[in-house]
Design a protein around this ligand. Structure first.
Ligand code: ATP
Ligand code: MG
Length: 198
């Protein structure tokens, strides 16, 4: 059984993943993989440079994330090119890492854009959405990453609406209380998933 863990920016995916990990559940983090695949010296960088030009690589050899973010923000074709290069690599790495934990009762893939990309529907058994209201998402995301409210809202605009996400969810954790409360809910899901696999 593979659970797709998702939710909007600042909803609490990483905190939930941390708790699942502490419970011994294998969690594959697509964001972490995306970062690793675009670290200095990775083959993906060569392909990105071929597509976008040398500007996409910073002086120290790492990905120029700021430049790239600006580029794809205003250019739909560029965004598709970027995704065409990165998404298959990320997916292949997720599949490889899942294979390493094939004996676990269940496994989790954490994909912020699980429903938006639709690219993981064939891999997952159930989806688990971490949900909270938008004002909480904004204040948490701002506190954590020093983004301004308009910047957080701009990211939220690239993600699906809360209602759509909730409609597509098999399971939902409402993370609008304390971290202790989040842990209680994660433990309850863990118990459920541990029983479901057999
Ligand atoms: N229930 C909670 N109580 C207090 N703080 C919380 C709670 N849940 C999450 N946070 C905090 O809010 C911030 C955002 O949470 P987290 O990083 O888990 O969200 P995320 O969904 O992974 O966001 P992103 O999409 O940006 O990766 C973090 O600083 C986290 O510690
Ligand atoms: Mg996160």
């Amino acid at each position: 059984m593979i659970i797709g863990l998702t939710g909007g920016i600042g909803s609490g995916k990483s905190e939930a993943a941390r708790i699942f990990t502490a419970l011994g559940v294998p969690v594959v983090d697509s964001d972490a993989i995306a970062h690793e695949l675009t670290a200095a010296g990775q083959p993906a960088l060569t392909r990105l440079a071929a597509a976008f030009g040398a500007e996409v690589i910073a002086a120290d050899g790492s990905l120029n994330r700021v430049w790239l973010r600006k580029k794809v923000f205003s250019d739909r074709a560029a965004k598709q090119t970027l995704e065409g290069i990165l998404h298959p690599l990320i997916r292949a790495e997720i599949v490889a890492r899942l294979g390493a934990d094939a004996d676990a009762p269940y496994r989790i893939i954490m994909v912020p854009l699980l429903f938006e990309t639709g690219a993981y529907a064939d891999l997952i058994t159930r989806s688990l959405v971490i949900d909270c209201d938008e004002s909480l998402q904004i204040s948490r995301a701002m506190a954590r990453s020093r983004l301004t409210e308009p910047e957080v809202r701009a990211i939220m605009d690239t993600q699906c609406f809360r209602e759509q996400r909730l409609a597509l969810a098999d399971d939902v954790i409402v993370n609008d209380d304390s971290l202790e409360n989040l842990e209680t809910q994660v433990r309850a899901q863990h118990k459920k998933y541990s029983g479901l696999h057999s």
